[in-house]
Design a protein. Structure first.
Lengths: 359, 275
């Protein structure tokens, strides 16, 4: 069992930098999720930890060992690939036992470990089959089994569920969470699906453009995003933004106004803001409530009535589109005018450089 | 219902195939039964007498059992060359498909050059003599490998490019060293191409006439194709024996085809619908 520490990790392909200085420490037994849009470098970072990509500069420690130049097989890691990467010509039994065979594990010990892994993953009945005879979910199970049997110090998952259908994905997600609880091993999981990130992670690392945007627990990221990128990326539907300026600044609250907002009070640290500063206001669609005295007024463009909630698409006076998720069934019609109030403690303010104003 | 044109077209195709493939084969078989006098007429007629056994004995025992020596030599030559071709072709194809370096264009040019530039016989003999390999089976094996390697590499490389890199990486994480990755993971997956290569190259090398003629002189070194000259001369050719010889040396390639035919077809469809 081991934690990891990444110190100022860089990666570039020729002159093109892909990872621009990542510092991260992961504790023993933590479930860490790397999340970000396509091309943000999350998979590259994982592959560098696995040893499949060279580290251009910086230090990677797994446990207490500096692992920059260590071969993947000696790093104490196991990896599950998006495409499962099962060996098509081997039975499930041989697939799971391939690593042990290469390590020259005695036959009876190998057999015991393979059957143990199969028991944990409930796939004893599949051992004699070839990967081609398995469904997507079963293949994923075998791929995880192949990782378990190596008894790694760190599990690496590279978008393991993205090839599965929606229902199976939910099941496998729960199984992975259960597996983490059972084994207690450090796990690093790459995904672009924020639901997976929110449900599985002890700690989420949001990446964009090869830079870590924020590291924190799922709820922390949701409630207190560090910048505009994280605010827009985490949460579904995504956070609404609108440009405003500071009207009245007090120690623990700021009143903002703008073309689309009239005198909205936000609970935040007023010390960093001067009156008249240009800011961006961010409010989640779930934090808006209809109110005749509301400070945000827009024209209803589209109404999606789901029964338990109503998703309203609004056009604000400046032309910005916002979403509001209102509780219950709201009999609204396109073209109507709707006034909304925002919860002052849940609104976020971002300064002109995109970083959040701390509450 | 099929149209009349397609039925006629099918008949014509069948007729042409019959003419091209079956008639010559039937001619060979008929000739093996004839005696020397009837065979020299070179006509398509039913044998007047049954001489198959006599012809066989004569062909096999001619020139101190040369055909037996030739079969041994050809078998060694074919098996050794094809083995080396498969191993080296797959290895080079693997490296070319997986690793991009600035040498790749040069290597690809050399492979194409190997396919396009006709082999120069005299310099090759000079080189073989310098290496003390001229007139030996080893030298001949090396020549066959050199001549056929480019084609083998091209076949393998195209196929290896379709095998996902994830498999290599999974094996590396599982602790496989480069040779393990190749021999335990990649090579077994190349079976369809390997079969194609075995068939194409072994038939080609077994039936090779000119290269053994140039590079492998001497009675002890004869290969099967060269034994055909035993029954042919400027003024006198024993056609019944010549055709018996032809029939005998056609058998091994035929067996190779029969043995691997199903697998070639299976391999091709497996590649086509791979999910």
């Amino acid at each position: 069992m081991a934690g990891l520490s990444l110190r100022s990790i860089h990666k570039s392909y020729g002159a093109l930098p892909v990872i621009k200085g990542v510092n991260l420490s992961i504790d023993n037994g933590e479930f860490v999720v790397f999340v970000g849009p396509s091309g943000c470098g999350k998979s590259t970072l994982l592959r560098m930890i696995a040893g499949l990509e060279d580290i251009s500069s910086g230090e990677l420690h797994i446990g207490d060992k500096l692992c920059n130049e260590v071969e993947p097989r000696d790093r104490g890691i196991a990896m599950v690939f998006q495409s499962y990467a099962l060996y098509p010509h081997m039975s499930v039994y041989d697939n799971v036992g391939f690593g042990l065979k290469l390590a020259r594990t005695p036959k009876d010990e190998r057999d015991r470990k393979i059957r143990e892994a199969a028991r944990i993953l409930k796939m004893e009945h599949l051992l004699e089959r070839k990967p081609g005879q398995l469904s997507g979910g079963q293949r994923q199970r075998v791929a995880i089994g192949r990782a378990i049997v190596r008894q790694p110090e760190v599990f690496l998952f590279d978008e393991p569920l993205s090839n599965l259908d929606a229902a199976l994905r939910v099941d496998m997600r729960m199984e992975i969470a259960k597996l983490h609880k059972e084994l207690g091993t450090t796990m690093i999981y790459v995904t672009h699906d924020q639901v997976e990130a929110m449900t599985l992670a002890d700690k989420i690392v949001v990446l964009d453009g090869g830079v870590v945007q924020q590291v924190g627990s799922p709820i922390e990221l949701y409630q207190r995003p560090a910048n505009l990128f994280v605010a827009g990326f985490i949460g579904s539907p995504k956070m609404n933004f609108v440009p405003v300026w500071a009207d009245k600044v007090e120690a623990d609250r700021v009143t903002v106004s703008g073309e689309d907002v009239i005198n909205l009070t936000v609970e935040t640290d007023g010390k960093a803001i001067g009156p008249g500063d240009q800011l961006t206001l961010g409010i989640r669609p779930h934090d808006l409530v209809p109110s005749s005295t509301g400070s945000i007024v827009g024209r209803v463009v589209l109404v999606e009535r789901l029964g338990n909630e109503t998703i309203v698409s609004l056009e604000l006076p400046s032309g910005v589109n916002w979403l509001a998720v209102l509780g219950g069934d709201q009999p609204l019609k396109p073209g109507e005018s709707l006034a909304l109030a925002a919860n002052a403690s849940k609104a976020n303010l971002f300064s002109s450089d995109g970083t959040a104003v701390k509450p | 219902m099929r149209s009349r044109a397609s039925v006629i077209g099918g008949m014509v195709a069948l007729g042409i195939s019959f003419l091209v493939f079956v008639i010559p084969f039937a001619f060979i078989i008929l000739m093996t039964f004839k005696d020397k006098r009837q065979a020299s007429l070179l006509d398509f007629s039913w044998p007047a007498s049954f001489n198959l056994w006599d012809n066989l004995v004569t062909v096999i025992s001619t020139r101190n059992w040369m055909l037996v020596t030739a079969f041994v030599n050809s078998t060694i030559l074919t098996v050794a060359s094809v083995t080396l071709l498969v191993v080296f072709g797959a290895m080079v194809g693997f490296v070319l498909a997986r690793r991009t370096t600035r040498w790749n264009p040069l290597v690809e040019f050399l492979i194409l050059a190997g396919l396009m530039i006709p082999p120069a016989v005299v310099p090759t003999i000079w080189l073989l003599q310098g290496l003390k390999l001229f007139g030996t089976l080893y030298g001949m094996i090396l020549v066959e490998v050199a001549y056929n390697l480019p084609f083998t590499i091209i076949l393998y490389r195209a196929f290896i490019a379709t095998i996902p890199r994830d498999l290599d990486e999974a094996a590396i994480i599982d602790g496989a060293r480069p040779l393990d990755v190749f021999f335990r993971v990649i090579l077994p997956l190349l079976w369809p191409v390997t079969v194609t290569n075995i068939v194409v190259q072994s038939v080609g090398i077994f039936n090779d006439f000119t290269n053994p003629l140039y590079y492998l002189p001497g009675n002890a070194n004869a290969t099967v194709q060269l034994t055909l000259y035993n029954f042919q001369s400027q003024f006198n050719t024993a056609y019944n024996l010549l055709f018996t010889n032809i029939a005998l040396i056609t058998i091994p390639p035929l067996i190779v085809f029969l043995f691997f035919n199903r697998q070639i077809v299976a391999g091709m469809t497996a590649g086509a619908v791979k999910g």
